[in-house]
Structure formats: C-alpha cells, structure tokens
Design a protein around this ligand. Structure first.
Ligand SMILES: [Zn+2]
Length: 116
C-alpha cells in the first residue's frame, strides 16, 4: 500500500501552500484521481486523517473528497475513443493494440477549501 506515502505527499504540499498563503486551517481537499491511476481511493480515505494529524500544521481536521475520473483510450487506426477499464489496450472495434491512454491515470489536487 503506497497510499500512505501519497497522502503524506499531498498533505505536505497543501500544508506548504497554506503556510505560504497564511491560511489558518484547511477545511477540505478535493482530489481528482483517474480510474487507472495506481491509487486506490478507499485506501487513501483510510490513511488521510492519520496523515493530516501527524504530518501537518494546517490540516489537523481536514476532510478529503475524491472524484474518480473515467479512463479513456484512443485507437490510432479507428480514430475513436474507448473505455479503458473494460478493454485495456485492445481496441474493442478492430482488436488492435495500437492505442494510447488519453486520460485516467492522473492524480491532481482539484480544490482546497479553507476555514474563514
Ligand atoms: Zn481500433
């Protein structure tokens, strides 16, 4: 489980941002995580409170929200998009693997809410 490391990294990043902006406390962090990223949202939810409590100054009781993004791939031959989770790297139409992932492996901080 590498989610703890990821949680620490995000907490550290947001904490530094809060420090820089002289924010007292961060209320909520929203992340966008792609379906085929290596992060398992429920593990991240599990370790989040612990990471906040032990590794931050401004995120002591910060809430986490994860928005999962659908993974989409593109077939170069058919010039069409398809669902990555159901098909992997194989185009469902022509069965070729000359495809690439368009989106779905990202993990980004979408928004940060601060306490007034
Ligand atoms: Zn195809």
């Amino acid at each position: 489980m590498h989610e703890l490391g990821i949680a620490f990294q995000i907490v550290k990043e947001v904490d530094a941002l809060a420090e820089k902006n002289k924010t007292k406390a961060v209320k909520k962090v929203t992340l966008e995580i792609g379906e085929v990223s290596t992060i398992v949202p429920r593990y991240l939810y599990d370790v989040w409170p612990w990471a906040c409590k032990n590794n931050s100054k401004h995120l002591k009781d910060c809430q986490l929200e994860i928005i999962e993004l659908k993974a989409i791939s593109y077939c170069k031959k058919c010039k069409k998009f398809f669902d990555t989770v159901n098909n992997g790297v194989t185009c469902p139409k022509c069965k070729k693997t000359d495809t690439y992932l368009v989106k779905g492996n990202e993990a980004v901080i979408k928004s940060i809410e601060v306490k007034e």
